[in-house]
Design a protein around this ligand. Structure first.
Ligand code: SAM
Length: 329
């Protein structure tokens, strides 16, 4: 966390843009906003997109760790502001905008009770996988039912260049949100031509995607739990011992990327109850990497089967020859 504050101190804020995001302008209608509605901007930095929202007649509620970001936002946009304390947050406020300075994960539903929509640009993708899981589930827990989210993401081959921003593909957006939100992809295009940093690193592509999510009415998102893989067999299922002491059945189809798990690996998952007992779904490795052991295991198993088959055929040929020779001879 101090690393992020340090970036503001050193002015290393390469994500900041000086004009409103074109996808916000293009797709703002998907949020179904009316004049005076309040839009939540998580991990807001000093985003100029907040000025765009204010200029359209909406109210803004931002949350940002760095007080420097908040000060710069108000000073650079020539907005007079006051500061007051609310719980763990220093709240920078002016007409129609409040910026909560503090940790997003400490926000409570009562802080967002007037919020009707969320705008996420460079926020989810600023976080490593484990925090993204926590971020999505926290967002679900603090916004009201029916609340809409305009989400912008990037996707590129993560093995070719490291984040942040981190690569988040459609599959991951669904895995993070589908349970509690109706999800729709609005746009997705390769923008490598406008990304010199990615070109220099010879990255194959960089997809920019826009999603509209709507928090489902009357459904609950499953509880997130951490635990350790107790066993996982070649048939594609096994058990996880949750940190809550419970034993969870896990099937390969419920693992991110449909990969296999190794025993003793730490994982994060949704805890669900079924007729047959506790089940783990949306399983990801704790600490970030998406896949566990998988295709490489699959291919080595394949090689072993192939070698045994060849051995078996060779033996059959030898036995046949010996038998044939003794009969003929
Ligand atoms: C990549 S920047 C994006 C800022 C903004 N969304 C934009 O488009 O310019 C991510 C921001 O999130 C802030 N941040 C990171 N973790 C946070 C947390 N747990 N709570 C609040 N802000 C956080 C960082 O200080 C940084 O300003």
């Amino acid at each position: 966390m101090s690393n992020r504050i340090q970036r503001w101190k050193e002015n290393k804020i390469g994500w900041h843009r000086n004009k409103p995001n074109s996808k916000l302008i293009e797709f703002i209608n998907c949020l179904h906003l009316e004049q005076g509605d309040q839009v939540f901007v998580p991990l807001c930095g000093k985003s100029i997109d907040m000025m765009y929202l204010l200029d359209q007649g909406y109210r803004v509620l931002g949350v940002e760790l760095s007080t420097l970001a908040a000060e710069q936002f108000f000073v650079e946009n020539k907005i007079e502001y006051s500061i007051h304390q609310s719980g763990e947050f220093s709240v920078y406020s002016a007409n129609n905008i409040q910026m909560y300075c503090g940790d997003y994960f400490k926000l409570k539903p009562e802080d967002l009770k007037s919020v009707v929509a969320v705008y996420d640009r460079a926020s989810l993708i600023a976080l490593p996988l484990e925090l993204r899981v926590k971020y999505a589930s926290h967002l679900y827990s603090i916004i009201t039912k029916g609340c809409r989210v305009l989400l912008l993401t990037l996707n590129y081959p993560q093995s070719q260049i490291s984040g942040p921003p981190f690569a988040v593909n459609k599959e991951e957006v669904w895995s993070l949100y589908e349970e509690g939100f109706e999800c729709q992809q609005l746009a997705c295009f390769n923008d490598i031509e406008n990304e010199p940093k990615f070109q220099r690193a010879n990255v194959d592509f960089i997809e920019k995607a826009t999603y509209c999510l709507r928090k489902k009415v009357g459904e609950k998102m499953a509880k997130k739990i951490k635990g350790v893989v107790a066993q996982f067999g070649t048939k594609g299922y096994g058990f996880i011992t949750g940190d809550d002491g419970e034993k969870y059945f896990v099937h390969q189809k419920n693992i991110f990327n449909k990969s296999r798990l190794k025993a003793n690996t730490r994982v994060v998952f949704n805890a669900e109850e079924s007729d047959k007992g506790l089940v783990a779904t949306n399983v990801v490795l704790e600490g970030g990497s998406k896949a566990a052991s998988s295709s490489s295991n699959g291919s080595s198993n394949g090689m072993i089967k192939f070698a045994i088959t060849i051995l078996f055929i060779a033996q059959a040929v030898v036995i046949y020859k010996v038998f044939f020779a003794s009969v003929v001879g």
